[in-house]
Ligand binder design. Structure first.
Ligand SMILES: [Fe+2]
Length: 278
């Protein structure tokens, strides 16, 4: 892909970069039917290169949704005990529906990667929205954790080497949810790039450091990762899809539409292995 966000080296699909560091909109593709080998190969390459892919005007069924996910891995289930999402008529698909009854909050309005508390966190998630709020709220912001890592000083990079963080699912999803220790810097299995794998939601400190120091550094990293230059803010339209790589990006679902309806479905793809140290 060239520096201006072009897609000259894609032959089947079109790939239009959304921002310098993260996100691309995929065109010339119909997700209501099986993909050709070339389309799939290009889609996988676009996913690795861009971290989160967006699709417009795709009226997909549960079957279409699951087929897209299964090109990338096995369908996963939620590690958390308490969640804001609900089951749908299909056990493989979760319903993400919020409206005037959602007085105790919505799913995802804090910086996070999905279920990092799991021993093997999900590879990614595919969220399809069929109904968006009429007040134009409900955007999702995605941030590149490659960019967050790469912007650290060399001193900070070597300081973080070998450290781990406890991802405490109980803090978010209640008793019975896993807690897992993952490296602070991880290496992506496909791109080979290093990224930060910490966020402010389920991590209180870093292991291997005195407690106060670990708390301060964890806070600093969480704040650093929110830098707008590492991010892209996606505006949903009816029948848009966002497919994010949970291993190298964080996201934040903006809760600015209550009491309007925002409604869709999500499928989660299981990770292939625990996060590898960077
Ligand atoms: Fe999420």
């Amino acid at each position: 892909m060239d520096g201006a966000g072009g897609n000259e080296d894609y032959r089947a699909i079109t790939v239009t970069r959304c921002s310098p560091r993260i996100g691309a909109e995929i065109g010339n593709i119909d997700l209501t039917r099986p993909l050709s080998e070339l389309e799939l190969a290009e889609l996988k390459r676009a996913f690795t290169e861009n971290l989160v892919l967006f699709f417009r005007d795709q009226k997909i069924s549960f079957e279409d949704h699951v087929r897209l996910a299964e090109y990338f891995g096995t369908i996963g289930s939620h590690a958390g005990k308490k969640t804001h999402s609900k089951p749908s008529e299909d056990p493989r698909v979760r319903r993400f529906h919020f409206d005037e009854t959602s007085v105790d909050g919505i799913s995802g309005n804090a910086w996070h990667s999905d279920q990092s508390c799991a021993p093997i966190p999900p590879l990614g998630s595919i969220l399809y929205m069929h109904t968006i709020p009429p007040n134009r709220g409900g955007d999702t912001v995605f941030v590149s954790m490659y960019a967050a890592y790469e912007a650290l000083s060399d001193r900070m990079k070597s300081y973080l080497e070998g450290l781990t963080a406890l991802h405490d699912g109980v803090l978010i999803f209640g008793d019975g949810t896993p807690r897992s220790e993952h490296p602070v810097v991880v290496r992506h299995p496909e791109s080979g790039r290093k990224s930060l794998f910490v966020h402010g939601t389920a991590i209180r400190w870093l292991n291997g450091l005195p407690r106060d120091e670990g708390i301060a550094i964890a806070r600093y990293l969480a704040e650093h990762a929110r830098t707008p230059e590492f991010s892209f803010r996606f505006r949903w339209e009816p029948h848009s899809i966002a497919f994010w790589d949970n291993r190298c990006c964080h996201h934040y679902a903006i809760n600015d539409y209550f009491p309007h309806v925002r409604s869709g479905y999500r499928v989660q793809i299981e990770g292939h292995a625990p996060p590898a140290p960077g």
